[in-house]
Design a protein around this ligand. Structure first.
Ligand code: 5GP
Ligand code: MN
Length: 349
């Protein structure tokens, strides 16, 4: 199915480390999404059953987002923000650390120092470009695969066969496959993505139920905020095929929403027929965040890198210390719409 991607020596080394490690820690990125939560929990559950470790501990820098609390074993996730010293000690004492769905230590924010310092055997399982290979003992990385959850599934089969797959693991891994492909709409050109989905569904999980948990979850406030966002905070530049959402902290306070509520909103830009690149810029208490999306060939990963971030060709992002005004100007420059007037009367033909 996918086995040719794995180097058998690396697989054997990970199998060996997993069989002897007493203390295992799993890490994924800040503001965890479905792929981060699904892969860290799916891997935790498989390590529980495949190893004799005393402890298997999933850690997320700012904990499990509310939107994914329904995933199996989500209550085991420790939040770096809430238990910083404890998490740093666990990372320091770990014998094996599995890093999922991020390519560089800075993606785990304030926990990066503890990761870099730890003497543990470190394994990276990821699908972002340019993994920091020097920071890990073994790297399984493929930017052409749909999701870290898909990669985790094939790697687990290489490591242990299918013996540790079950409905709970399938639920976790399917979630990342589902979210990172926007419901099998993008990043799913390889047949292996559908092979993975078919295999996971064979463990008696229900895609429609998972879809409802992921998508049909809006609060009334969030719905009203989306209306406000589209009618008042969307700039459209049809000549440049670009659209941009901008949100101040005040906007978010007014509607009682946070960054989590904006997950997916940037994709609305691409729903306009003639728009090829969409952006969303928002203010957070001590920083600003940029999300970039591309419909066709424009590589937004390169744009995000210019802002100190990264990601994938068609979905990338950055975190910045610039003010909202400064970052909006920088994003407009990159999008080629600096000094352009948005078309307020634009309607798609
Ligand atoms: P989103 O726009 O949904 O926040 O993120 C889309 C993708 O961009 C993520 O999957 C991740 O790969 C990347 N990304 C988002 N924020 C950052 C960031 O602050 N730094 C880096 N390096 N990548 C990011
Ligand atoms: Mn991912």
């Amino acid at each position: 199915m996918y086995a040719e991607v794995f180097d058998s020596q690396s697989v054997a080394a990970v199998r060996q480390q997993a069989s002897v490690a007493q203390k295992i820690v799993l890490l994924s990125h800040m503001n965890a999404d479905g792929d981060a939560c699904g892969s860290i929990l799916g891997c935790t559950l498989m390590l529980d059953s495949a190893t004799k470790a005393q402890s298997v501990t999933p850690i997320l820098p700012n904990g499990c987002p509310k939107t994914f609390e329904w995933l199996p074993a989500s209550d085991r996730i420790l939040s770096g923000e809430q238990q910083r010293e404890h998490c740093e000690a666990l990372i320091e004492e770990a014998e094996l650390i599995v890093c999922l769905d991020f390519n560089v230590p800075s993606r785990i924010d304030f926990l990066q120092e503890a990761l870099v310092k730890s003497k543990a055997f470190k394994v990276l399982i990821d699908h972002h470009h340019n993994p920091a290979k020097d920071c890990f003992d073994i790297v399984f990385s493929d930017p052409s695969i749909s999701s870290t959850c898909e990669l985790m599934l094939w790697l687990a089969i290489e490591l242990w066969g299918r013996q540790h797959l079950n409905a709970e693991v399938a639920r976790c891994l399917y979630t990342g496959l589902r979210t990172d492909t926007g419901g099998f709409a993008f990043s799913c050109n390889q047949p292996s993505c559908f092979d993975a989905a078919a295999l996971l569904v064979s463990y008696n999980i229900h895609p429609a139920e998972i879809h409802n948990r992921i998508v049909n979850t809006f609060t009334y406030n969030r719905m009203m905020f989306y209306g406000f966002a589209i009618s008042k905070r969307l700039e459209v530049f049809p000549a440049q095929r670009v659209a941009l959402f901008t949100f101040s902290l005040e906007d978010q306070l007014q509607y009682g929403v946070t960054g989590e509520d904006m997950e997916g909103l940037v994709n609305y830009t691409l729903m306009m027929q003639e728009i090829e690149v969409g952006a969303l810029v928002r203010e957070e208490p001590n920083r600003t965040k940029v999300s970039l999306r591309s419909k066709y060939d424009v590589d937004v990963n390169i744009m995000a890198q210019k802002l100190g971030g990264g990601g994938h060709t068609k979905a990338a992002g950055a975190t910045s210390q610039m003010s909202l005004t400064e970052i909006v100007a920088a994003v407009k420059q990159l999008l080629g719409v600096a000094n352009q007037e948005p078309n307020k009367n634009y309607t798609v033909a």
